[in-house]
Design a binder for this molecule. Structure first.
Ligand SMILES: [Fe+2]
Ligand SMILES: [Fe+2]
Length: 165
C-alpha cells in the first residue's frame, strides 16, 4: 500500500511508535536492572510504568481511527537496544554503566519527543483533536523524563570513575 496521504503518514508513524513503546518496556527494565543507584533504578521503574500508559494511549488513538492497533518494527529503537548490549559486553564498571544508562535513556527520550512532536500536528491536521490531546500528554511525560535524566547527567560525579592510566 502506498503512503501518500496525511492519514497514511500518521498511521505509519503511529505503528512505529507503538512498536517503540513496547520495546521500551523491555529496554527500561534492562536499564533499571543494570543501574546501581537508587535514584536511577527507581526513575527507570517509574518511567516504565508511564511507558505502559503510552502503549495504552496509542491503542486509544488507533480506536479513534477505527483501526486495529498494529506495530511496525522500528530499526531505530532496535539499534539503541543493540548499542546497550554491545556496551554491556565490554565489561564496564558499575559507575561506567551508570553514566552510560543516563545517556541511553536520554537518547530514547529525544527519539520519542521527535516522534510525538511530529504525530501531534498530523493528528491536528486530520481534525483528530482528542488523539492530539492524548499524544500531547505522552509528549509532556517524555519531556519531563528527559529533563530528569539530563539533570542526572549534569550532576554525575566523574570522580566515581577510575582515573585514566
Ligand atoms: Fe514513551
Ligand atoms: Fe519515554
Amino acid at each position: 500500500m502506498p503512503i501518500d496521504t496525511t492519514e497514511d503518514l500518521f498511521v505509519s508513524g503511529l505503528s512505529h511508535a507503538y512498536y517503540t513503546e513496547q520495546r521500551l518496556l523491555d529496554a527500561l527494565e534492562e536499564l533499571e536492572q543494570t543501574s546501581s543507584s537508587e535514584e536511577l533504578t527507581s526513575g527507570f521503574a517509574e518511567h516504565r510504568e508511564e511507558t505502559q500508559t503510552h502503549v495504552d494511549r496509542i491503542e486509544q488513538v488507533f480506536e479513534h481511527l477505527d483501526a486495529e492497533a498494529e506495530a511496525t518494527e522500528d530499526p531505530v529503537i532496535e539499534g539503541m537496544i543493540e548499542a546497550h548490549e554491545e556496551f554491556m559486553d565490554q565489561d564496564p564498571s558499575d559507575e561506567a554503566i551508570e553514566r552510560f544508562n543516563i545517556a541511553a535513556g536520554q537518547k530514547a527520550e529525544h527519539y520519542e519527543i521527535a516522534t510525538y512532536g511530529n504525530l501531534i500536528p498530523m493528528a491536528d491536521q486530520l481534525g483528530m483533536d482528542d488523539a492530539a490531546d492524548t499524544l500531547e500528554e505522552t509528549l509532556r511525560e517524555e519531556q519531563d523524563e528527559l529533563e530528569t535524566l539530563s539533570e542526572r547527567g549534569e550532576a554525575f560525579d566523574y570522580g566515581e570513575l577510575e582515573a585514566s592510566s
